[in-house]
Design a binder for this molecule. Structure first.
Ligand SMILES: Nc1ncnc2c1ncn2[C@@H]1O[C@H](COP(=O)(O)OP(=O)(O)O)[C@@H](O)[C@H]1O
Ligand SMILES: N[C@@H](CCOP(=O)(O)O)C(=O)O
Length: 293
């Protein structure tokens, strides 16, 4: 059995805890029942001893498998991880979603993507990463009475993501403590109207307005100050022709949307100026969670 889940870029500027999209960088897990429990990791996290035992995936998997089957069973898990941890590319959402989907698959229970999404909300209270992780594409999402309500837009392949991944981790829980406890009415209206415009731009494929629409007054500045080079990354991305350039999730990655034909030049410029950071050109992902027997 194989389950794979894409990385995500959440917020997209003003859409704090609401907007997100999926990119083609995946964590894959292969698993089967076994006499003994075992974990093997290839790629991101392979040198992290904490992930070899009862990690976030394993604890959520066991919780759901035991609930669904009322049985205890050992599994052999092999993880192929591409999503860097605590860099704002939704590594925790990918793990949560893949653990819930894997437990259902192991228990032989068919489950809808919507149900997996609602289960995932128990572990990650904001829907902006888990929704594109499950559904793929661009998503606007909200939570009402413990359920995620969302709308998806398929992203065309003539636009690409250029991500700049710093060598510094930014833990999401900590990054949330950097934000103000309240916002002025003026700033709330600013983010509300920019979020509304961003959603309309994505659905109408009006990419040129995203530079303006993706401006934010809620979270980016406070977080970017912890790694001031990010202001330079954003400036360089815009000077090189990015359509939008925003902090990815809670950081530290910076996400830019670009036309395919500009992607190599923009990525090269960012690599030259920020040689200490990893720069990747990625396709958008429209599939989200994939489960294979
Ligand atoms: N591949 C993985 N396997 C197990 N746990 C993981 C994995 N990736 C992330 N995690 C868990 O998620 C935490 C990172 O969450 P978070 O700071 O929200 O990062 P991100 O911004 O990438 O979602 C890690 O400390 C770890 O507990
Ligand atoms: N809306 C959340 C998004 C966190 O995304 P992550 O990829 O950093 O986990 C926030 O901004 O805190």
């Amino acid at each position: 059995m194989t389950v794979s889940v894409p990385a995500t870029s959440a917020n997209l500027g003003p859409g704090f805890d609401s907007l997100g999209l999926a990119v083609d960088l995946r964590n894959v897990v292969e698993f089967h029942p076994s006499k003994f429990f075992s974990v093997s990791i290839k790629g991101e996290g392979e040198n992290n001893p904490k992930l070899k035992g009862n990690n976030l995936f394993v604890s959520i998997f066991n919780e759901h498998y035991n609930r669904l089957t009322k049985k205890r069973q050992n599994f052999k898990f092999t993880f192929y991880n591409q999503i860097p941890m605590s860099r704002g590319l939704g590594s925790s959402s990918a793990v949560i979603v893949s653990a819930i989907a894997s437990a259902h698959e192991a228990a032989g229970i068919n489950v809808s993507k919507r149900r997996i999404l609602n289960h995932a909300l128990v572990y990650e209270s904001h829907p902006d990463n888990i929704t594109p992780a499950v559904m793929g594409g661009f998503n606007a999402a909200t939570v009402e009475k413990g359920k995620v309500f969302s709308q998806k837009k398929h992203l065309p392949d003539y636009i690409k993501a250029v991500v700049v991944i710093p060598n510094k981790q930014m833990n999401t829980a900590r990054a949330r403590t950097l934000l103000p406890k309240s916002y002025s009415k003026e700033n709330a209206i600013y983010n509300l109207s920019h979020t509304a415009l961003s959603v309309a731009a994505f659905f109408n494929e009006d990419w040129e307005i995203l530079k303006l629409a993706s401006q934010d007054r809620f979270h980016q500045k406070a977080r970017m100050k912890t790694l001031p080079e990010l202001f330079g990354v954003q400036k360089t991305a815009y000077e090189s022709g990015a359509l939008m350039s925003t902090l990815s999730g809670s950081g530290s990655t910076f996400f830019s949307m670009v036309y395919d034909e500009d992607s190599v030049a923009i990525a090269n410029k960012l690599s030259q100026k920020f040689p200490e950071f990893v720069v990747k050109i990625l396709d958008f992902d429209n599939d989200g969670l994939i489960v294979e027997k």
